[in-house]
Design a protein around this ligand. Sequence first.
Ligand SMILES: Cc1cc2nc3c(=O)[nH]c(=O)nc-3n(C[C@H](O)[C@H](O)[C@H](O)COP(=O)(O)OP(=O)(O)OC[C@H]3O[C@@H](n4cnc5c(N)ncnc54)[C@H](O)[C@@H]3O)c2cc1C
Length: 304
Amino acid sequence: MSGWSNWSGSVRAAPSAIARPKTEAELAGLVAGANKMRVAGAGHSFTPLCATDGLLLSLSEMEGALELSADHTRATAPAGWSLAKLTAALWEMGVSLINQGDVNPQALAGAIGTGTHGTGAALGSLSTTARSFRLMGPDGEITTCNARENSELFEAQRIGLGLLGVVTRIEIEVIPAYHLVETLTAMPLSEIEARWDELTAQNRHVEFWNFPHGGQALLKRLNPAAPEGELTQTTDVDESDFRLFCDLSAAMPWLTRHIQPRLVSKRLNNRRVGPAYKIFPLRSRPCGLRRWNMRSRARRALRR
Ligand SMILES: Cc1cc2nc3c(=O)[nH]c(=O)nc-3n(C[C@H](O)[C@H](O)[C@H](O)COP(=O)(O)OP(=O)(O)OC[C@H]3O[C@@H](n4cnc5c(N)ncnc54)[C@H](O)[C@@H]3O)c2cc1C
């Protein structure tokens, strides 16, 4: 027996066993023989969705290939693949996910099963791009569900929270591979507030990090772009300053109000162009800062 914890360490569990089946037949045996079980993806959820004292399954080692439909509009992938692995493999096939959030270690099934979303006023969550699921029930039997077959189960499974069975493969909608230009701009929060409708209408993606002590925010915009050669910068901002800032603020909280105004400055303005799947993830986000990427949440925050 070994313990399990989620990404942040806020949820801990002591499953009776942890299993990483490699085939559907092996998985069926485990599922049918278990009294109690949960499936974990990358454990990035903050709530105790994967916590169990029964069997904990991971599909990260399941065998299976990525398949692309003849018209290149749909791809079917092993449910336990991480978004990082999936998006890189899709890129090799000439297609991309329509949208992504700001990190990519999540399992495809975990991300879809919880409605993981990116930004973009006109874009849905990953769950809205799901087209079909291969779902194993408690008896180990497989059911396919999509808009034509078992459609109610399909709609429920779009955000199934791991309650309806173990998903082994997922068909998702994809679009031709695209590049994104990322623009980071230091901007007064009051200007973002005044221009919010314009910003969300004119950009495919907009989000910002607020630095309340400085009256400034760091605005990020992503838009489709033509390729501009190899992407050399692998993070959206140089994080060394943020790390130092976080460490100092954690050790001496009273310093925060003095450091923060200096942190967001014109030198953080940045522009880079790269394959969409490499631009979406931050790699890691600055700590201690609040992030909003939905219009209503942004408005509420701006009114405070
Ligand atoms: C640093 C960080 C950044 C994040 N950024 C974003 C973001 O930008 N946008 C956003 O919307 N969310 C974001 N999240 C939240 C994250 O995307 C979700 O919590 C997502 O569920 C995590 O995926 P996972 O693979 O870790 O799933 P887990 O947390 O492991 O599991 C989530 C659920 O999926 C179920 N599940 C997993 N695999 C299967 C399977 N094969 N069959 C059936 N059920 C399964 C589990 O049982 C559980 O109910 C972030 C989280 C972190 C820690």
